[in-house]
Design a binder for this molecule. Structure first.
Ligand SMILES: Cc1ncc(COP(=O)(O)OP(=O)(O)O)c(N)n1
Ligand SMILES: Cc1nc(C(=O)O)sc1CCOP(=O)(O)O
Ligand SMILES: [Mg+2]
Length: 212
C-alpha cells in the first residue's frame, strides 16, 4: 500500500454490518467502479467465526482486483487468513508486537487521532501509515477525537510515511484534506450510503480527489 508518489487515493472501509455472501457482489461492483487502493474489513459486532467467514469470502474479491485487503483490529487473524495487513487503534494492543507478527510484507496502519505525538510513536512502532481523524462529524461511529488539516500538512512536510485521513469525508468536503497532503482518504458512508449507490460513491470520490 504505497503512498506519496501516486497522489491521493481512496481507501474504502466496509459498512459496519453486512451479510458476506450478498455483500461480495456489491463490493465487486464498487471496486470495479474506479480506483480503490485498499479495503478494510471492519466488523465490530460479530463473533470470530463470522469474521473469519467474512474474510474468506471478501478477501479474494479485493485481492483479485489488486486492492489491498486490511483487517480492522486483528493482526493475528490478518496473518492467519492471508490479509495484506491490519489497522489498529490506540486501544488495540501493542503496536510493536503487531509489527513483528505482521512481518515486513504486510501493512500496519495505526490510528493517531489528531495527535502529532501519537503519530511519531506509531512511526517508531513500525507503522506503514498513520491515520488522522475524525476530520468531520461522522454517523458511522461515535468518534471521540478530532483532527484538523494542519496535522496533515505538518506530517507530510516532516515525514515520508503515508498519512490517511478519516471521519465524515465525502466528495463535497475532501478537497482541503487532499491539498493538505493526505495520501489516502478513508471512507465508509460516502460510498456505501451514496444516494445513487456505492459505484456512484466511488466515482464521486475519485472525481473529487482528482479535482482537488
Ligand atoms: C484507516 C482507519 N483509520 C482509523 C480507524 C479507526 O481505528 P480505531 O481507532 O481502532 O477504531 P475502530 O475502527 O476499531 O472502531 C480505522 N478503522 N481505519
Ligand atoms: C472507523 C472510523 N474511525 C474514525 C476515526 O476518527 O478514527 S472515523 C471512522 C468512521 C468513518 O466512517 P465515515 O466515512 O462514514 O465517516
Ligand atoms: Mg480499532
Amino acid at each position: 500500500m504505497a503512498g506519496g508518489d501516486e497522489g491521493c487515493r481512496l481507501y474504502l472501509i466496509t459498512p459496519p454490518a453486512l451479510e458476506p455472501r450478498a455483500f461480495a457482489d456489491t463490493l465487486a461492483r464498487a471496486l470495479d467502479a474506479g480506483d480503490v487502493a485498499a479495503l478494510q474489513l471492519r466488523l465490530k459486532a460479530v463473533e470470530e467465526d463470522a469474521l473469519r467467514r467474512a474474510i474468506d469470502l471478501l478477501l479474494p474479491v479485493a485481492q483479485s482486483r489488486g486492492v489491498a485487503f486490511l483487517l480492522n483490529d486483528r493482526a493475528d487473524l490478518a496473518v492467519r487468513h492471508g490479509c495484506d495487513g491490519a489497522h489498529l487503534g490506540q486501544e488495540d494492543g501493542d503496536h510493536a508486537a503487531a509489527r513483528k507478527l505482521l512481518g515486513p510484507d504486510r501493512t500496519l496502519g495505526i490510528t493517531c487521532h489528531g495527535s502529532r505525538h501519537l503519530a511519531m510513536e506509531a512511526g517508531e512502532a513500525g507503522a506503514d501509515y498513520v491515520a488522522f481523524g475524525a476530520f468531520f462529524p461522522t454517523a458511522t461511529k461515535q468518534a471521540e477525537h478530532s483532527a484538523t488539516p494542519d496535522v496533515l500538512e505538518w506530517w507530510t512536510e516532516m515525514f515520508e510515511l503515508p498519512a490517511v485521513a478519516i471521519g465524515g469525508i465525502n466528495a463535497e468536503n475532501c478537497a482541503p484534506l487532499v491539498r493538505a497532503g493526505a495520501d489516502f482518504l478513508a471512507v465508509v458512508g460516502a460510498v456505501w450510503n451514496h444516494p445513487e449507490g456505492p459505484e456512484a460513491g466511488v466515482r464521486a470520490m475519485n472525481a473529487a480527489i482528482a479535482a482537488a
